[in-house]
Design a protein around this ligand. Structure first.
Ligand code: P6P
Length: 340
């Protein structure tokens, strides 16, 4: 939390402008894009927080490209974020979990490409568990023609120029990074502003929480089974047994990991041979945030942000969190890799 002397209210807009001045030659367009996302987040937060009393809960009858029933709030969030980004004409295309292909924006010449998971964890909407929005921003590659192609969007996570999430929980929190550290903002609904609550946050190097859906235990690699067994053993010096925490909403699980340390794992399994979580609009942006806060994110072998994407909706296993915890699980995966 901010010290007393820093308690002067600093809004997201003020902070973005100040941050922009740290980029020589900044045009202010990325700042505008981040403000657009902040505006959409306020509108989504209002709907999420009153969803129980309007008829926006439940399903709208359609399914997304993954065959998942789309909830009304998913659609609302998708529409709010896309229209907010479209208005400032600096984004040329959006890729969203809720849309099959690329969404072409009004301006074909916008310099940014934005990936969105408009409302991640939507299976939790109807049971009032925290959900989140995730965004990831790339520069459009200068090319010989102005035609927009899906391939323009297939860039590794290390090329992100900004990324972040909004967590709609007991309060609404926005976290973002442009590569100069991670800052957190808490929405004050009484004034409709995101207020700076943590500047340049650093996560614990080591934590005693592990987060994984143990329902898929039987299809885990032996190394992962051995690591979880290690987490559950008594060892006071290392703070084991760890606590198990799993919300089933990635933004909420990652936010807890950012604040308290530990590790979040979504491995490959029989049901999800390539992992369930999406590389481009879940794993890359959240890995950017965690790395900027001093943590680590891999697919069990390689750094998430160095994976070369081949499809905009591709999935990947992910091991993400405090550096020491991720290093520990990778040791187990490597040690037991050749064991049948
Ligand atoms: P499971 C939510 O549907 C989500 O995409 C992530 O937010 C979350 O981490 C994961 O899936 C939960 O998946 O298989 O544990 O229900």
């Amino acid at each position: 939390m901010l010290s007393k002397k820093e308690s002067r209210l600093e809004t997201l807009e003020e902070y973005i402008i100040q941050n922009q001045n740290r980029f020589p030659g900044a045009t202010g367009e990325l700042s505008q894009l981040l403000r657009d996302i902040g505006l959409a987040a306020k509108i989504i937060s209002r709907e999420v927080n009153k969803a129980g009393i309007t008829n926006i809960l439940g399903f709208d009858g359609s399914t997304n490209i993954h065959g998942e029933a789309v909830k009304k709030l998913d659609l609302f969030a998708d529409q709010q974020l896309i229209s907010a980004l479209d208005r400032s004409l600096i984004t040329c295309m959006v890729i969203s979990e809720e849309n099959d292909g690329i969404v072409r924006m009004s301006s074909k010449n916008g310099k940014y490409i934005v990936y969105l998971d408009p409302l991640d964890g939507s299976s939790n909407i109807d049971v009032n568990v925290s959900i989140g929005s995730i965004f990831s921003v790339y520069m459009r590659e200068p090319r010989y023609d102005s035609a927009l192609r899906e391939s323009d969007a297939l860039q590794p996570g290390v090329r992100q120029v900004a990324a972040g999430y909004v967590l709609y929980g007991s309060s609404t929190i926005l976290a973002y990074t442009t590569g100069l550290g991670v800052s957190l903002f808490t929405l004050d609904p009484s004034i409709g502003e995101f207020i700076l609550s943590d500047r340049m946050i650093k996560m614990p190097d080591y934590g005693n929480i592990y987060s994984i859906n143990e329902g898929s235990y039987n299809s885990w690699d032996l190394g992962l089974k051995q690591y979880i067994k290690y987490c559950q053993e008594e060892d006071q010096e290392s703070g084991r047994p760890y606590s198990a925490r799993y919300i089933g909403s990635m933004v909420a699980d990652i936010h807890r990991t950012l604040i308290k340390g530990g590790i979040f794992i979504y491995p490959h399994s029989n049901r999800y041979p390539n992992g369930k979580l999406r590389l481009m609009y879940e794993c890359n942006p959240l890995s950017f945030i965690i790395e900027q806060a001093g943590g680590m994110a891999t697919d069990g072998e390689k750094r998430i942000m160095e994976l070369e994407p081949t499809k905009i909706h591709q999935q990947t296993p992910i091991y993400i969190g405090s550096k020491k915890n991720v290093e520990d699980v990778m040791k187990f995966l490597k040690e037991y890799k050749s064991v049948p």
